[in-house]
Design a protein around this ligand. Structure first.
Ligand SMILES: C[S@@+](CC[C@H](N)C(=O)[O-])C[C@H]1O[C@@H](n2cnc3c(N)ncnc32)[C@H](O)[C@@H]1O
Length: 244
């Protein structure tokens, strides 16, 4: 039987059943041990402080950190989309069979648990970013974080985001630096060794968002997002604010 989650001990026991991607404060002192903790760098992301009255969309929500944050900032509604079946992700052929998929197998359960603990009204839909369209409705503000590097085609989903966005969007992604080429948009291709396809420099991220049809694109200062357990993981993040 599902626990009521009224008691921190019950919530903690539920939380400990899963590996977590996001560090989430769920109340009663219960905090998930996420792979990433965005809290110390939250102000590096140019999200509107006040989303009062706005219809918001979180693309690739995972455990829901950004969707819950938009709700916390007063959004009138928040829709969060993600894929369900780990097999539907754009795995490189070299990794599809043997890659550890445990984090992707339980993300719907983790999101549901966090939503229940927070008493949230965020609506989570199983939908690929490639399939976003105005049939879903329109959104005043869209957030999309750390998705593009995992996609074979990172530009079509940003076009799809543009097609549903009526005001502005924040697009964040892992980026890299190419020495002496800060201003030239450049991408590095993987697709074999890591679950990464195209990793661009900051100019490349700006270029993708402009190519997708946003009229004005401003880049924030890049920063490091540490991986909680350390290790060989790209830390540099680029974030852009885009207006229609
Ligand atoms: C690295 S996590 C990023 C989580 C969160 N957006 C953030 O910025 O912290 C990547 C997420 O993208 C989702 N994803 C991958 N391909 C997707 C697609 N085609 N459509 C929607 N979500 C996708 C994964 O399921 C996972 O939840």
């Amino acid at each position: 039987m599902a626990s009521s989650l009224d008691e921190p001990a019950e919530l903690r026991a539920e939380v400990e059943r899963y590996p977590w991607y996001h560090t989430l404060e769920l109340g009663g002192g219960v905090v998930t041990e996420g792979m990433f903790d965005h809290r110390p760098v939250l102000d590096r992301y140019p999200l509107p402080v006040d989303l009062g009255g706005k219809r918001c969309l979180d693309v690739a929500t995972m455990d829901g950190y950004w969707a819950f944050e938009m709700e916390r900032r007063g959004a009138a509604s928040v829709t969060a989309i993600d894929l369900e079946d780990p097999e539907d992700l754009d795995w490189p052929a070299s990794l599809r069979k043997d890659h550890d998929k445990s984090l992707d197998e339980t993300k719907a359960d983790r999101f549901a648990l966090a939503k229940r603990a927070l008493g949230s009204n965020v609506e989570r839909l199983v939908l690929s970013a490639y399939d976003l369209s105005p049939a879903l409705g329109s959104f005043d503000f869209v957030f999309c974080g750390d998705l593009l590097l995992h996609l074979k085609d990172p530009i079509t989903p940003v076009e799809r985001i543009r097609s549903v966005c009526t005001e502005s969007a924040v697009i964040a992604n892992v980026i890299t630096r190419f020495r002496l080429y800060e201003k030239r948009p450049i991408a590095e291709l993987d697709g074999i060794d890591n679950f990464e396809w195209w990793v661009t420099n900051l100019a490349g991220l700006v270029r993708i968002v402009r190519a997708a049809g946003f009229a004005r694109v401003e880049a924030a200062e890049p920063f490091e997002l540490p991986f909680r357990t350390g290790g060989d993981w790209r830390g540099l993040r680029g974030v852009v604010h885009a207006s229609v």
